[in-house]
Write a protein that binds this ligand. Structure first.
Ligand SMILES: [Zn+2]
Length: 399
């Protein structure tokens, strides 16, 4: 039994425990789809782009079964895809390369040549997944929303992350999950970045630990909320919708609704980095609190705030992230400022100029030191990359 079902008395409690969380013997790229007779939005769901994270596929299967059993009529279409099938069969994150780092324009442009040469497992996966997504987009009869479903090795809170545009914020607002802004921007080539370039409104969900049945429950709840949030069905016509909201709200454990990353602590193997034990994936920290030790000494929190994703495994280049809550007034203020188009004045600042790319700014090293980070994050510029001679700040296209 799971919490969502338990809160919904109309639902028969049949298959329980582990059996319901076992993958079927054969999984296709398209896990399932449900196309309404009436036109409307498309909700695209991708699970297991990391093959050791089957929870997203399991949640999609459970959702599709429920919709069928309850005879729910949708507007538009729900399309559920499996991300990395070859890795999923092996129960590994990936076979040759991380499929969730390959969606840059350069890497997509290089794909045909790789396929014609000596392709690896992820070249095939990427081509097949790209084709399935492009097919779904061609068939779409309205706006496209995409959910990318993940789980983590460590236990902790389920949370959402998304590129900071107003359109994405207003979609994410429907989910009573803690959301972390500025985390998606820490890595390049993630699937949602490409989907965003194609015009989709996206949301990534980290639902809990890989093999915890609660992670699947969390994802079923997210998918249920997403169907209504994207406008495929009215909430009152969707059995389990209120229970799904209650389930996610209960799992939030008093954490703020919106948080932001302000600092990444990078680590390399030679640092001898050891995280202090006992931090959850999202944790409140006090100024001066001991966070980690390295060969060079102790690392303490510079101020009160939030710590995200502490590194407790041997491999990885992110030691932890530090950030803070984004209060309601600050969200509102940044919305007004963006609507007023004040971001157009940023390149007027000394040391700041536009780059050739649409949603990117180049800052001189001095400007990057002097101007407060907030000046740029207010307008969604959260991706920061060192380039020769300048710092590049970029954001998702506003759409
Ligand atoms: Zn993942």
């Amino acid at each position: 039994m799971n919490a969502v079902d338990a809160l919904d008395p109309s639902r028969p409690q049949s298959a329980g425990g582990l059996a319901r969380n076992r993958l079927p013997a054969r999984i296709e790229r398209c896990v399932g789809r449900r196309r309404g007779t009436r036109p409307g939005p498309t909700l695209l769901v991708v699970g297991a782009i990391h093959g050791n994270e089957p929870a997203g596929v399991l949640a999609a299967i459970r959702l599709l079964e429920r919709l069928e059993a309850d005879g729910v009529e949708l507007r538009g279409e729900l399309v559920c895809l499996a991300g990395n099938l070859r890795a999923l069969r092996l129960g590994r994150r990936y076979v040759d390369r991380d499929l969730n780092r390959l969606w840059t324009e350069a890497s997509l442009a290089a794909l045909p040549a790789r396929l014609a040469g000596d392709p690896d497992a992820e070249d095939h996966e990427q081509a097949e997944l790209r084709d399935a997504i492009e097919h779904a987009l061609r068939e779409a009869r309205g706006p496209v929303y995409a959910l990318d479903l993940h789980t983590t090795s460590a236990a902790g809170f389920a949370f959402a992350l998304y590129g900071d545009t107003l359109r994405q914020r207003s979609f994410a607002k429907h989910f009573p999950l803690p959301a972390i802004l500025g985390l998606e921007e820490q890595v390049d080539g993630v699937l949602v970045e490409w989907l965003g370039r194609l015009g989709a409104t996206t949301l990534c969900i980290e639902a809990g630990q890989h093999d915890d049945p609660v992670s699947v429950d969390n994802l079923v709840a997210c998918l249920t909320v997403a169907l209504a949030a994207a406008g495929l069905v009215e909430p009152e016509r969707l059995p389990g919708h209120a229970a799904a909201l209650a389930h996610l709200e209960a799992g939030r454990g008093g954490l703020p609704r919106v948080m932001e990353v302000l600092h990444r602590h990078p680590v390399s193997p030679s640092d001898g980095f050891v995280m202090e034990p006992g931090f959850a994936n999202i944790a409140r920290v006090r100024a001066g609190q001991l966070l980690a030790r390295t060969r060079d000494g102790e690392i303490r929190a510079p101020r009160d705030g939030l710590l995200f994703l502490p590194l407790y495994q041997a491999q990885g280049s992110d030691g932890f992230f530090l950030g803070r809550e984004v209060g309601r007034w600050r969200l509102r203020a940044s919305k007004w400022l963006r609507r007023a188009g004040l971001d157009r004045t940023l390149p007027w600042l000394p040391g700041v100029r536009r780059t050739g790319r649409g949603d990117a700014l180049a800052l001189s090293p001095r400007a990057a030191r002097i101007y407060p980070q907030e000046l740029f994050t207010t307008f969604g510029y959260r991706r920061r990359r060192e380039r020769p001679g300048h710092i590049e700040l970029s954001r998702r296209p506003a759409g």
